[in-house]
Design a protein around this ligand. Structure first.
Ligand SMILES: [Zn+2]
Ligand SMILES: [Zn+2]
Length: 487
């Protein structure tokens, strides 16, 4: 298993656990977290899917060896559930204290007595334990190949919090370039932003703005995904794109074979984005991926990110984006702008821009629950062009849509501000990250109330849902080509 080892949990689930462990009586309490897992070269993440609270005096009782222990029956039931659902078993209890915590020798001895057998029952686990203090957590996680310490826990809500076993040492020297940032969110906040790996799907108008702002904010690792090349009509919107990138001198030469050649030689949007990012921050780690998020091998490049922006128009990319966020417990935001034009009258309708935060739990913006991935349109996209013509879907995507950079800015700006506020912990506790829609012609912004379908296959805890299952569940992707990446 690759280290560091992290446990991710959503804010409502953590609150349920925290209220149980710290009701104010300063006593010890117990529970079990049931979790999925994702392993990548960047490390391993356990993904909390459910929490089973152990009832005091019934499931959590005075122990034979230590102060208290989970009953054999409670352990058997919860670990049996893990085995059946192919999830990991993590026992939890609390100690006193505040900013620092570690297991007692009784705790460690009980792990050594119990976990080898539990590894068998759960068919390899991993299994293990966490111990909490009010602002700290330590973990001892067992796999068939060895035993690992939890590096930290991430709590995903409107503000993103991290808990460690003990207070962290400050980084030695801050980068003077970010002095004005540090005055707002401290060197610690800047360090948090620097350490993030952020995905951007779609590097057209909106995505190119996000790309520039993230690199100037000091994000040190960006994964940019887009299969498209720059065209002449993109130049008014894509940050940093030039006539040379669009090969205008060839594509507008009037000579058909030169025009064809020009289209083949035009720069990929992700390569323009990489150039822009490197200008802002030469040390940035940039993965420019020429590919489609609909392909599983491309989608998998995002499963260990800390945040994902979606800035494409397709329903298929919405489907995959929403699935990745929930399956791997990653927060994200979808942005878009729409200028409806009546086909007959050519009248411009209600121009709107949207910023839609999605956190990986119910009532937190799931695009499925908000009916933003209509099955009809999804199906229509998967048809070939001929099929579409036969079914008389002579639809939008072949007709160029109106688009203006300032509308892209409107939706992208809120998205990147949300991102920055979430990671630096600056949102007030009462903030709810609702979908926002701005109507340009009315000069009005409205919020969309939270929605959740109790049987949603993405955000719910129904036993068929993908939520927090990580590597042990399929993404709704096609399994084709390997990624063509260039560094
Ligand atoms: Zn203990
Ligand atoms: Zn949902």
């Amino acid at each position: 298993m690759k280290e560091p080892l992290e446990l991710r949990i959503d804010a409502p689930l953590f609150e349920k656990l925290e209220n149980h462990l710290f009701p104010g009586d300063r006593d010890e309490h117990g529970a079990v977290i049931v979790a999925g897992i994702v392993e990548t070269p960047r490390g391993t993440r356990l993904l909390a899917r459910e929490v089973f609270l152990a009832r005091d005096g019934i499931d959590y009782v005075p122990g034979q060896h230590g102060y208290r222990a989970l009953t054999a029956r409670f352990v058997a039931e919860t670990s049996g559930y893990c085995a059946k659902e192919n999830l990991c078993y993590v026992a939890v209890h609390c100690h006193g204290g505040k900013d620092e915590v570690s297991f007692s020798s009784d705790d460690m001895a009980s792990h050594e007595r119990g976990y080898p057998a539990l590894l068998d029952i759960t068919r390899g686990g991993p299994v293990g334990a966490l111990v909490f203090a009010k602002n700290a957590v330590a973990g001892d996680i067992w796999t068939p190949s060895g035993r690992y310490k939890l590096e930290h826990m991430t709590i995903i809500g409107a503000n993103i919090r991290k808990l460690y076993p003990s207070p962290r040492k400050r980084s030695p020297i801050a980068n003077p370039m970010y002095d004005r940032h540090s005055r707002m969110f401290g060197d610690v906040g800047q360090e948090i932003l620097s350490n993030l790996k952020v995905g951007i799907i779609g590097l057209g108008g909106g995505g190119s703005l996000i790309n520039e702002w993230l690199s100037r904010l000091g994000v040190e690792h960006i994964v940019a995904i887009d299969f498209d090349r720059v065209e002449l009509t993109n130049l008014p919107r894509i940050v940093g794109a030039t006539h040379r990138d669009a090969m205008t001198w060839l594509t507008k030469s009037g000579i058909p074979w030169l025009e064809k050649l020009g289209k083949r030689l035009a720069a990929y949007k992700v390569h323009v984005a990489r150039r822009v990012a490197k200008q802002a921050n030469p040390s940035i780690h940039y993965d420019a991926i020429v590919g489609n998020i609909v392909d599983e091998s491309i989608a998998k490049l995002l499963v260990d990110t800390d945040f994902i922006f979606l800035a494409t128009d397709s329903m298929q990319s919405r489907l995959v984006f929403n699935a990745i966020l929930h399956q791997y417990l990653i927060p994200g935001i979808q942005i878009g702008a729409k200028v409806p034009v009546d086909k007959q009258t050519k009248q411009v309708g209600d121009i709107f821009t949207a910023t839609r935060p999605v956190l990986p739990y119910a009532y937190a913006g799931c695009l499925q629950c908000h009916e933003l991935i209509p099955p009809g349109r999804l199906q229509q996209e998967t048809l070939s062009e001929t099929e579409r013509r036969n079914q008389q879907y002579v639809e939008d995507e072949n007709i160029a849509q109106p688009s203006v950079i300032t509308l892209n800015v409107k939706s992208a700006e809120q998205a990147v501000n949300d991102f920055k506020m979430m990671f630096t912990g600056l949102y007030k506790p009462e903030v709810q990250l609702r979908h926002q829609v701005h109507f340009a012609r009315e000069r009005k912004t409205s919020e969309v109330g939270p929605r959740a379908d109790p049987n949603c296959l993405d955000c719910s805890d129904s036993n068929r849902s993908r939520r927090a299952r990580g590597d042990r569940f399929r993404l709704p992707c096609r399994m084709l080509e390997a990624p063509s990446s260039s560094k």
